[in-house]
Design a protein around this ligand. Sequence first.
Ligand code: NAP
Length: 305
Amino acid sequence: MGLRRRRSVTRRMRVAVVGATGAVGRVTLALLRERGYSDVRAFASARSAGSTLYDLTVEEATPEVLGAGNLDLCLFSAGATASRQLVPAAVAGGALCVDKSSAFRLEHGVPLVVPEVNGDRAHENDGIVANPNCCSIPLTMVLAPLRDAAGLRRVRVATYQSVSGAGASAMDRLRGEPVEEHDLRMDWAFDGVEFDEEAKIRAETRKILELPDLPISATCVRVPVLVGHAEALWVETEHPLSMVEAREVLSEAVGIDDVLVGRIRADPTVENGLALFVACDNLRKGAALNAIQIAELALRERSAA
Ligand code: NAP
């Protein structure tokens, strides 16, 4: 089957956006519309059932409705608790589920996919493909080409994460008050040593890059910005890679258009050190867009079978 035909088959899929009223869900609906998907349903909790979004009436997401067997694809951004309850039902009903919560990301046998980095893994699913954390996606998109060019010995990253990473209600709070009065609450779980966000970045990056022992330490910070996460990155490579070579490798990397990389320079304080600065729209490539790209990869394969 030709690529164009497979693409049109994909766009005719019956799609559910679960968590449609949220920060990621709204962007997901907009992107699906832009990409020509016509059979889309919006789901959220009972709280917003009956409201209207993009001419769609929001439905309550229940295991029964999502598992009824009339959906091809479910794009979940409803949080880990809802995903644990609803994703298995949707899979049992025959839908491919791309889940943006942390519920399944590190589960053995569930692919954790950034299409440009490990897109081949998307096909190895039993109905669930996990979408990584909004910082892990741009991070691995920058690290993968460096890994391929010179090997990775160590990674350190400091994040500057926008308020939209904490969801629609945090965005509303920031919009409704002067920036200097915004309470930058660290909304990540703290185990006494690090935030779970920092542990997630380490574990997910290792899984996506297939480098289970890669030393990687992260420091995560929330900043009073509405959308867009930034990351300062220090990398030690196995083999020397000059600033010019690193720039060339990254400029040729597939998909890097969705991630901005700059300040590429040598870090003279360590052997084979590079320092870089990375920025990405956390709601698009960091969440909604990456998930749709995963689905298009996996479903094209299904429709070609
Ligand atoms: P959000 O703005 O708070 O939206 C949460 C959405 O989930 C709302 O639509 C909410 O519906 C729905 N929901 C909550 N409980 C539900 C339930 N029991 N059943 C069905 N729907 C339910 O959050 P978000 O920022 O969009 O994030 C959603 C998920 O995506 C989280 O797992 C998050 O970790 C992940 N994610 C977020 C980002 C980001 O940058 N924001 C990036 C990557 C991944 P109601 O309107 O009914 O409450």
